[in-house]
Design a protein around this ligand. Structure first.
Ligand code: NAD
Ligand code: DAU
Length: 336
């Protein structure tokens, strides 16, 4: 029996990963450490709450005493816990620096003292910055050149994780994934925001001219890659996880409207995101060499995501009706 400390497991990717891990490994236990920020939602894991192999610990990855206590009971760590939304980091990045940099350090140092078997840091393609015209996709050797407060805080965590491998020999592996979509994504991110707005005939706010390009990855494809890198990745190395599903903002909004059968008149071009990274693109051949392949392409990933939001309106309506969400929406879109 192995026990895995999954942090941030009440969020979007973390909750999908916990569900995946418990199904994929009958002999694994999971402890989910999550401080339940606005993005952490116990509803995301209702179906595993009753599993004897699952335990929830309410708390902060910056709390060294709590982290030390949990670390003594686990064999491996997968760190998802983070502030994850770029637009919120532009409003103010203190929480980002705390959780995404100091929090990662706290976990790493506790893991070093405990001597865990593996520590997987969930990083992001945003640490590479933005691609110039005609540049090839990033390999893992590309320099880290983050350009917004969120990606800078994630790069700090990414580099600290690598430093712990180099300096102390901690068995660290790192994944850098592209834009995930799928069930349980908080409706501040573009895809769930647009799907849920469209279902309510609300405008879909496209930043700038909708020319920024993102790669899309279905969340369970990401979960499979993380599982693989956790067990088969080379210590001290990073792995890009991209779906080879690139699309610009116009293509994404048009495809969403097609799938929800709503008119293009809902598209509203709004002021651009400050410092908007215009193109992310990953070379994922290193993780593919471990045997990983994405099961979804852009169309099937988006279709599956739209179907989930259609079928789970109680889940997202509860969030969108909350005071926290309404205050954020007004600040980000109405007073923009
Ligand atoms: P999310 O915002 O949905 O979830 C983050 C979770 O972390 C929440 O449950 C929150 O309560 C928890 N958390 C935040 N700060 C914490 C702290 N200090 N202590 C304990 N828990 C804390 O985020 P997500 O989209 O699921 O992303 C998960 C991870 O994957 C993040 O590290 C993010 O940077 C990375 N990532 C995300 C994407 C994407 O497309 N969403 C792509 C690549 C990498
Ligand atoms: O690439 C990985 C990253 O993907 C993760 O590290 C982040 O945690 C995750 O939030 C995501 O970051 P993005 O900034 O790419 O995602 P977001 O959904 O915020 O925006 C996607 C694109 O859509 C981006 O070009 C900005 C644009 N956009 C976004 C929103 C919220 C809009 O046009 N309108 C919007 O309302």
């Amino acid at each position: 029996m192995k026990t895995v400390l999954v942090t941030g497991g009440a969020g979007f990717i973390g909750s999908n990963f916990i569900r995946y891990l418990l199904q994929a490994h009958a002999d694994y236990r999971v402890i989910n450490l999550d401080r339940l920020t606005y993005a952490g939602n116990p509803d995301n894991l209702r179906d595993v709450e009753g599993d004897a192999r699952y335990e929830f610990a309410l708390g902060d990855i910056c709390n060294r005493e709590l982290v030390d206590y949990l670390m003594r009971r686990v064999d491996m760590v997968v760190n998802f816990a983070a502030e994850s939304h770029v637009d919120r980091s532009i409003m103010g990045a203190e929480d980002f620096m705390r959780s995404n940099a100091l929090g990662v350090y706290t976990l790493l140092d506790a893991a070093r003292q405990r001597g865990v078997e593996r520590f997987l840091q969930v990083s992001t393609d945003e640490v590479y910055g933005t691609l110039g015209e005609g540049d090839p996709p990033w390999t893992e050797d590309a320099p880290l050149a983050p350009r917004n407060p969120y990606s800078v805080s994630k790069a700090a965590g990414d580099m600290m994780a690598r430093a712990f491998a180099v300096t102390y020999g901690l068995p660290v592996v790192i994944t850098r994934a592209s834009n995930n979509i799928g069930p349980f994504q908080y409706p501040e991110k573009r895809v769930p925001l647009f799907i849920t707005n469209a279902l309510d005939d609300l405008p879909l706010p496209v930043y700038g001219q909708g020319l920024a390009v993102r790669d899309h990855l279905y969340v369970t494809d990401h979960c499979e890659a993380i599982d693989l890198v956790l067990h088969k990745g080379t210590v001290g190395e990073a792995y890009n996880v991209g779906g080879e599903n690139e699309a610009d903002g116009v293509a994404v909004v048009e495809k969403i409207l097609e799938f929800v059968e709503k008119p293009r008149t809902l598209i509203q071009y709004v002021k651009d995101r400050p410092g908007h990274d215009m193109h992310y693109s990953l070379d994922a051949s290193k993780v593919r060499a471990l045997g990983w392949r994405p099961r979804y392409n852009f169309e099937s990933a988006l279709r599956q995501t739209v179907a989930w939001y259609l079928e789970h309106q109680d889940w997202w309506r509860k969030i969108k009706e909350s005071v926290e969400y309404r205050a954020y929406y007004e600040r980000q879109y109405v007073r923009r």
